[in-house]
Design a protein around this ligand. Structure first.
Ligand SMILES: Nc1ncnc2c1ncn2[C@@H]1O[C@H](COP(=O)(O)OP(=O)(O)O)[C@@H](O)[C@H]1O
Ligand SMILES: Nc1ccn([C@H]2C[C@H](O)[C@@H](COP(=O)(O)OP(=O)(O)O)O2)c(=O)n1
Length: 232
């Protein structure tokens, strides 16, 4: 379970909002560990696609989630010792991940594996349910978003930089469908929870978004300290 002595910042939000970029940079600045929880769902999706597992086979998917042998090293994602970073970043893999992410047994199998990333001196993590389910005691919870047009634009540029062809109308449609699927599921849906601070980055640069997270964290820390050591 979460340990109050270990500070955690959770950054949840929709696809291509910049969660991963902002969470990673905030973790670097603070010297904290970083967990990209979406990568775990993508790893399960990739292995299922490789093994021809049906998207409706909850038990097999949960078994994969409990067993897959992965690591995050040198800013890359490894599966059974193979670099699968590009493979899991494909839109098709993200889409499959979103289609299987509603299964309770799959989410349960990933729960402790995600919590195991919580280590001193702290953790910054991004996903859909980091603040609501996986780390409910986080020191700071952010709901990071941007307009769907801006997100499609960001994803388009990101894919282009990697030499991957994409069309804006297709990306817009895929993002809308993924948002809807991730928000409509019964278990751990994508939504801004009451205790999460909204950070709309539609007109913010990456540096400005990171600064806002760090400022909010400093304020949350001050507040927590004042509560534990009230001035007499
Ligand atoms: N505030 C921002 N302004 C402009 N581009 C951004 C911003 N935040 C992120 N990006 C870019 O958008 C793309 C998607 O970001 P990413 O972190 O992969 O999103 P997510 O993890 O939410 O899917 C990346 O190329 C990233 O550099
Ligand atoms: N904590 C999480 C993280 C991801 N998921 C699911 C739902 C998402 O559409 C997919 C892929 O997530 P990921 O964060 O990698 O996707 P984006 O980078 O935001 O496009 O996995 C989830 O259900 N819960």
């Amino acid at each position: 379970m979460n340990n109050h002595a270990i500070p955690i910042i959770t950054i949840d939000g929709p696809s291509a909002s910049g969660k991963g970029t902002v969470a990673y940079l905030a973790a670097q600045k603070l010297g904290f560990h970083y967990l990209d929880s979406g990568a775990l769902y993508r790893l399960v999706a990739l292995r299922a696609l490789q093994d021809n597992i049906d998207a409706s086979d909850e038990m097999q998917l949960a078994e994969i989630a409990g067993k897959i042998n992965f690591s995050f090293e040198n800013s890359l994602v490894w599966l059974d010792g193979q670099n699968v970073d590009s493979a899991i970043r494909a839109e098709s893999c993200g889409e499959f991940a979103s289609r299987i992410a509603h299964f309770p047994a799959l989410r349960a199998a990933l729960l402790q594996r995600q919590r195991d990333f919580c280590r001193l001196p702290g953790l910054v993590t991004d996903g859909r349910d980091m603040g609501s389910v996986v780390f409910p005691d986080a020191a700071l919870k952010i709901y990071l978003t941007a307009s769907v047009e801006e997100r499609a634009n960001r994803r388009y540029k990101q894919l282009k930089e990697k030499g991957i062809n994409a069309s804006m109308p297709n990306l817009l449609q895929m993002l809308r469908e993924r948002d809807q699927r991730d928000s409509d599921r019964a278990l751990s849906p994508l939504k801004q929870h009451i205790d999460a601070q909204l950070l709309d980055t539609s007109s913010l640069s990456i540096d400005e978004a990171v600064k806002q997270v760090l400022d909010s964290y400093a304020a949350a820390e001050l507040h927590a300290r004042a509560r534990t050591n009230p001035v007499k």
